[in-house]
Ligand binder design. Structure first.
Ligand code: HEM
Length: 446
């Protein structure tokens, strides 16, 4: 069997320059790098980033093998290792039994009754933030949405309601995430990375002080935020999270849900401005299915057209546009044997634009997800913006609720436009070049 397989070195592609490989192209061009390589080599190609050899692949069947069926042959911890200095032992950087155990303990804080209890807080935080936003000068779209999501998260995760405290937490959190976008990883007070490490320490200390305060006041059962639920979580084997794990996992959850949700929302707003027909459809759907500004989970579940718009943006602009795994046991991928020591990079970005799955894949068409088309149903791993298998996004439900509430509130009360006035010509192949410069103008509908 093995003799029929080709060696991974035979995969088309380029290892790039000595020492750095193709790191410069990859970090410089971001999404465009993958589109370019796909044009050149097709849906499987090799590359090297520093001293790590990668196979990049866009194929639903392989997505299923790597994420689910043979996930024991790969490691998420190794794949995401570059996040370790910042994320520590967060759940995404765990494998095997440890990962399963942490996942069981975090799950209740993001699902079922907990999720329903978050709706009110999300609505309040959104309404309050949009009031400030509408009276403020136009600002960069992505910055606006990052702040909104962070505002919601501080309330939802840490139970914080104090404006000054939220501002301070937000500042630490942006210092912390900015550190991730830096290549120079020197821990000194004058580097971005150093400031990120300090910010992480402050966030941890804040969480420890909150844990202490809650234990002292003994009202653990009443605290309905994520931190409280993590503190109270015990699985059927009697395992619970130690304080250090609660802090690590809370920071991982804040991190996992922040940039991703903000970026996806950015592109929903851009695409709706670009497709007024869909904006009108969503407004009509709002009026037909919701009673007013007090939304419930069951009302949100009625918003099928909004669900399709969000899915279409997940397809075209997946915020997590690569999913890396370190190979720990030789694995067969499309006729090649990829040895332990290499890395596999699954590509939601390229998978979502495969012609064999999606009709006119570069066109924005949310109706592709409605019956009878339901194009994503052609394969269970054809739409992987939230991953799949054992590491599938734990915050999927929360992200959907959050995005639907924010969008509903905006659609009902506001109109928006962008400057510089840009007509978006599809396909947009480098979205991160646009969402970081566009300024959004928000106007109340009179
Ligand atoms: C639009 C928003 C979001 C997107 C596109 C997204 C995407 C993803 C993806 C692709 C993965 C899988 C990574 C992998 O397999 O290597 C993932 C995992 C994860 N996400 Fe999300 N996410 C979003 C929102 C959230 C939110 C709001 C939270 C938490 C509040 C969250 C928490 C997590 C966690 C904890 C994991 C790791 C799960 C595990 O390792 O078992 N995400 N997310």
């Amino acid at each position: 069997m093995h003799s029929l397989l080709k060696r991974a070195n035979k995969i088309p592609g380029d290892f790039g320059l000595p020492f750095i490989g193709e790191a410069a192209q990859l970090f410089g061009l971001q999404q465009l790098y993958y589109h370019n390589q796909y044009q050149k080599y097709g849906n499987i190609f090799k590359t090297k980033i520093m001293d790590m050899k990668f196979v990049v692949i866009a194929d639903p069947k392989v997505n299923q093998i790597v994420l689910k069926d043979q996930s024991y042959k790969v490691s998420s911890k190794l794949g995401w290792k570059f996040l370790e200095p910042i994320l520590g032992n967060g759940i995404l950087l765990q494998d095997g039994y440890q990962h399963q155990s942490t996942r069981r303990l975090i799950y209740p804080a993001l699902h079922g009754e907990a999720l329903s209890n978050y709706v009110y807080t999300i609505q309040q935080a959104t309404a309050q933030y949009l009031e400030e936003w509408v009276n403020d000068t136009p600002n960069i779209l992505l910055e606006r949405l990052r702040k909104l999501v962070l505002n919601i998260s501080c309330k939802l995760f840490l139970g914080s309601n104090d404006v000054q405290e939220i501002n301070e937490l937000s500042q630490w959190f942006s210092d912390y995430t900015n550190g991730l976008r830096t290549v120079i990883r020197l821990n000194t007070p004058i580097t971005r990375f150093g400031r990120a490490c300090l910010a992480r320490k402050r966030l941890e200390d804040y969480i420890y002080s909150q844990i202490e305060a809650r234990r002292t006041s003994k009202n653990l059962k009443e605290s309905k935020d994520v931190l409280g639920l993590l503190m109270a979580s015990i699985d059927e084997e009697g395992n619970y999270l130690a304080d250090v794990e609660i802090a690590t996992q809370t920071i991982q959850l804040l991190f996992g849900g922040h940039e991703t949700t903000a970026r996806l929302l950015c592109w929903v707003l851009i695409e709706l401005a670009n497709h007024p027909d869909w904006k009108n459809k969503l407004r009509r759907e709002q009026l037909e299915n919701t009673s007013g500004n007090d939304l419930t989970i069951s009302e949100l579940n009625q918003l099928l057209k909004m669900k399709c718009v969000i899915k279409e943006v997940e397809r075209l602009y997946p915020p997590t546009y690569f999913i890396p795994r370190g190979v720990i046991e030789d694995i067969e991928i499309n006729g090649y044997i990829v040895p332990a020591g290499w890395f596999v990079m699954l590509s939601p970005l390229l998978t979502h634009r495969l012609h064999e799955i999606y009709h006119q894949p570069n066109t924005f068409n949310p109706a592709r997800f409605l019956p009878p088309l339901e194009e994503d149903k052609k394969h269970p791993f054809a739409l992987i913006g939230f991953g799949g298998g054992p590491h599938r996004c734990l915050g999927y439900g929360l992200a959907q609720v959050e995005m639907k509430i924010i969008l509903s509130t905006i659609l009902r009360n506001f109109e928006w436009s962008f400057s510089p006035a840009t007509s978006i010509n599809e396909p947009v192949l480098q979205p991160s070049k646009l969402d970081t410069i566009l300024k959004i103008h928000l106007k109340r509908i009179s």
